[in-house]
Design a protein around this ligand. Sequence first.
Ligand code: ZN
Length: 438
Amino acid sequence: MKNFYEVEDSLKLNNLGNEIHGMISEMYPICRSITGNGFRDTLRIISKYIPIKVKEVPSGTKAFDWTIPKEWNIKDAYVKNSKGKKIIDFQKSNLHVVNYSIPIKAKMPLSELKKRIFTLPDKPKLVPYRTSYYEENWGFCMSHDDFIKLKEGEYEVMIDSSLSQGSLTYGEYFIKGKSKDEIIISAHSCHPSLCNDNLSGVAVAATIGRELSEIKTKYSYRFLFIPGSIGSITWLSQNEDKISNVKGGLVLSGIGDSGNIHYKKSRNGDGLLDKAMAHVLKQSQEAAKMIEFSPFGYDERQYCSPGINLSVGCFMRTPYSEYPEYHTSADNLDFVKAESLADSFGVCMKALGVLEGDGIYLNLNPKCEPQLGKRGIYKAMGEQKDNVKKMQMAMLWVLNFSDGKNSLLDIAERSGFNFTEIKKAAKVLEDNNLVKQL
Ligand code: ZN
C-alpha cells in the first residue's frame, strides 16, 4: 500500500471528474427520500465503489429529541385533466410529487387542486423540490408556466405511495487507520433527482473512500451516507461511545457547481480540518472563502451541536442559498461539472493529506545550520536550479522551526510555502538524519 504522501502528485483529476459525474448520472433518476427503497437503491450503487455496511433503524426508534419516522415509498403519481391527459406525471420527474406525500386518489375542481400545487413564480420554467416529512400531507410541484395554463374543469389526482412502519436506512464505511482517532466524511443522500444538492457530495465522498482504501492512513475514516438531519441525529444518538474518537470531519454538500469553494468552519473554528482547509485554500484557490460557523445549513449543525461539539466543517462550492438552481429541477446533470467535481475531490484530498502528513519534528543539529552541501542533498534534488533554491529555503524553514514546538503545518503557514513542499523538505532532512519526527 502507498503512503498518503506519495499519492497526491499522481491523482489523475481529469478522468476522475468524468467518473464522478458518471456516478451521479447513475443515481440521478432514483426517487430518494429520508427513508425507503430509493435510499436503499442509492446505497447499492455506492456499494459498487466502496464496501459500505447498510444499517436499518426501525420507525419509532428514539434519537435524542427525535423519532424515526414511518418509511415512505412511492410507485407512481399523476394529475389527469378532464380529457384523461396527464398534466403532471411522476414518471417524467420525481420532483413533481411533494416528497413524503401520503396516498390519495380523488377527483376535484381546479380551485381545490391549485391549493395542492407548488410553483416558483419568479422562476417560471423550473419545478420546485418540496417535502413534508413530519406532517402527513400530499401535494404536487410543477413549473409556473404550466400552472397558469391549467383550465377550469375536473381533475383526477393519484398518488400511489405508502407511509408505514419500516425503517430509516443509512450507509457506513469505516477504514481502519494506524490510530483509533477518526475523521468523519458525511454526505446527506436523501434528495431525489437533484445533482449538486447532494449527489455531488455523495459521489465525491464515495470516491474519497475508494482512494483512501488503497492508502496506508494514520487516521481512521468513517464515511456516512445518511438522510439529512434525521440521519446524523440518528447516527450520533446510536454511537455516543465513538464520538470521543472523532478528531474532525467534513460535511460534503453542493460541490459540483462551477462556483468557488466555500468552507464553513466547525463551531470551535480551530479543528484539524479547519486549519488544513484554510491552508490548502489559501495556497491553491484564490477565490475560495472561509465562512464562520452558524447553527443552520447541513448536518454540521448536528455534529457541532453543543452536547456533541465535533470539529466538523462543511465543504461547499456556491452556498445553498446563493444559486437559483438550488432545490429546483435546474439542479440537474448539466449543472454539475466534471471539472468542479474533480477540483472539489482534489482539494479535500489535499486537506486530508495535510492531516495525514503533519507532525512535529526535532532538529538533530540545532547549533547553527548544518552543512547541507557535504551531505549530497542538493545533488539528489537534480539539476533545476530554481527547484533546488526553493527546496533549500524550505529545508532552512524546517530546520529552524523544528524545535519540538511547531508542526509542519505551522511552518508552512509561517513560511508561505505550501504544505507539500514543507513535507518534502522534512522528508529529505529526515532521510539525512538531520531531523526526526516526534
Ligand atoms: Zn437540500
